[in-house]
Design a protein around this ligand. Structure first.
Ligand SMILES: O=C(O)[C@H](O)[C@@H](O)[C@H](O)[C@H](O)COP(=O)(O)O
Length: 260
């Protein structure tokens, strides 16, 4: 379990730009070291804001897009192409603008796909895809993700792991169906904590004053079922990327000198 690091940026836009630059560098380093990289994307405004900033970055094509595996931390269980799906939004923000290898882009199933409306079957299908991509030395039957990104909800949820929900308690399966999500739509697919914690690095993104309470709770009162973001950590790094508004309620010892 890696101790959370906190980096605070002036505002939401700068946080997205700085996080995008950080992701480019992390991918380039992984590709230089191992010939490929593996990243888990998150939905939500901050996750998509990062992707949009990356699309505009002058360093964007330092990434070898054909040698990048892209996965999702969660997905809204909606029909293919629905504008509310995380993969739809990721494609609009970045993926349609870069030459990714379609075989290495791994969206979670839509509700009108191969598994039909059976969200548990769709979750099991994604778990099988992850297991097939895992190497022998990998943890939890998922690939050794270089970076797994997570937006943080105002209730401290990450992915589609909501406080006190069954999916948040799952300790065996790597992917589950989620019903009755407090954040619409109600039905989702989500990685679980065993899958999240198999990542080398976990980056949590939060901007805006509506996240200040969640950030302070998650970083000071660990209890992953009550505050799921507190249970999201990487094997070698856990990084909280915030803007000043989201950091405003952090205890002083956790609030570093505000970065640019
Ligand atoms: O499918 C989703 O909605 C996301 O994966 C979800 O976990 C999101 O990241 C958080 O709710 C934060 O969303 P915002 O960044 O929009 O606040």
């Amino acid at each position: 379990m890696s101790t959370p690091q906190v980096v605070v940026h002036r505002d939401k836009e700068l946080m997205a730009q700085a996080a995008a630059a950080r992701l480019i560098t992390r991918i380039v380093d992984a590709q230089a070291a191992r010939g490929s990289a593996s990243v888990v994307l998150t939905g939500g405004r901050n996750g998509n804001g990062l992707l949009a900033a990356l699309a505009r970055s002058p360093a964007r094509d330092a990434v070898d897009w054909a040698r990048l595996d892209l996965w999702w931390g969660d997905e809204r269980f909606l029909p293919e192409g629905d504008p509310e799906r995380n993969v739809t939004q990721a494609r609009e923000a970045l993926l349609d603008a870069v030459p990714v290898d379609p075989a290495r882009v791994h969206p979670m199933a839509p509700s009108d796909g191969a598994f039909g409306p059976d969200v548990e079957a769709a979750a099991a299908g994604y778990a099988a895809e992850l297991a097939a991509a895992a190497g022998g030395e990998d943890h939890a039957h998922v690939p050794a993700f270089d970076v797994l990104m997570l937006g943080v909800g105002p209730d401290t949820h990450v992915a589609s792991l909501f406080p006190e929900h069954p999916a948040t308690r799952e300790q065996v399966l790597t992917v589950v169906g989620v019903h009755g999500s407090p954040k619409p739509p109600p039905t989702r697919i989500s990685l679980t904590f065993p899958a999240i914690r198999a990542a080398r690095e976990v980056w949590l993104l939060a901007a805006g004053e509506d996240k200040a309470g969640a950030v302070a709770v998650a970083l000071s009162a660990p209890g992953e079922v009550q505050a799921p973001a507190s249970g999201a950590y990487g094997r070698s790094r856990t990084l909280w990327l915030l803007d000043r508004a989201a950091a405003a309620k952090l205890p002083p010892q956790l609030y570093p000198p505000a970065s640019a």
